[in-house]
Design a protein around this ligand. Structure first.
Ligand SMILES: C[S@@+](CC[C@H](N)C(=O)[O-])C[C@H]1O[C@@H](n2cnc3c(N)ncnc32)[C@H](O)[C@@H]1O
Length: 243
């Protein structure tokens, strides 16, 4: 990515005002001028996605839905295993990002992958229930994230897998087996990310852990481009809808 491309993305992340009356309009206002450079910049910001996809088992003939799929880059993280899925639906509300997804699907020649323009809170898979649902850094951008989790639950088969990676902050007094963030972390990161309509919450992980059978939870921190010394907290969750 060129320095100019990086500066342009940084401008849209930090200074450019986000406009629009609906959620979809605000997303498009935020993403339309950074869709082409999206992947390169986010590779250094959105940590843990490779680890999430490496942790998800795939068997022949399964269906996968990625909610808030962005440019569809995550489909590449499955590598050769992507071809095992009978169908993959990459769902997003931003037309600009979906355009990049469609180009990727054409270039890669993936016969089993479709880009879908839909809202993660209401999307109803046409072929019925699915084996795998993922959210990668999308729950924090969905205002009614609770409805999105409920929709994922609804569309998963019993025994289906949910994979989530996202920014978060801990409760002031988290469960004993969870990490406790400092006052600074719990105050600074939600304020900083909220400027981009990214809303960090201690409740996402709590609800995932109580609604699904936990297969694994990892709580980590990762570097943020242009912010030296600080690292933003994220979690990687893999759970199963009870059979
Ligand atoms: C930070 S991006 C992450 C994109 C991608 N998952 C990745 O890992 O690069 C968040 C994505 O969520 C999408 N999004 C936000 N709200 C949505 C909604 N209600 N329905 C579908 N997608 C949504 C945005 O358009 C954006 O593509």
């Amino acid at each position: 990515m060129s320095t100019l491309g990086r500066l342009k993305t940084l401008y849209h992340l930090t200074l450019s005002p986000i406009r629009g009356e609906t959620h979809e309009q605000r997303l498009e206002s935020f993403y339309k001028n950074q869709a082409v450079d999206y992947d390169d910049f986010r590779e250094r910001l959105l940590h843990g996605r490779d680890e999430l996809f490496a942790a998800i088992p795939v068997t022949e003939g399964q269906n996968w839905i990625d909610l808030g799929a962005g440019t569809g880059r995550n489909a590449e993280r499955f590598g050769e295993r992507l071809q095992k899925f009978s169908s993959v639906q990459l769902v997003d509300l931003s037309p600009s990002l979906l355009e990049v997804t469609r180009q990727r699907i054409d270039q890669q020649g993936w016969p089993n992958v479709t880009a879908v323009h839909a809202d993660a809170t209401t999307f109803d898979p046409p072929d019925g229930s699915v084996d795998l649902v993922t959210f990668c850094y999308s729950l924090t951008m969905i205002p009614n994230w609770f409805a999105a989790v409920e929709n994922a639950w609804r569309m998963l088969k019993p025994g289906g897998i949910l994979g989530v990676v996202d920014f978060y902050v801990s409760h002031k007094y988290p469960d004993p087996d969870q990490i406790q963030h400092t006052w600074f972390q719990r105050t600074f990161w939600p304020t900083w990310f909220a400027m981009d309509n990214v809303f960090l919450s201690p409740d996402h992980l709590s609800i995932l852990r109580s609604r699904f059978n936990v297969i694994s939870t990892e709580e980590r921190t990762g570097k943020v481009p242009w912010i030296p010394l600080l690292a933003a907290p994220h979690y990687i969750f893999v759970g199963q809808k009870p059979k």
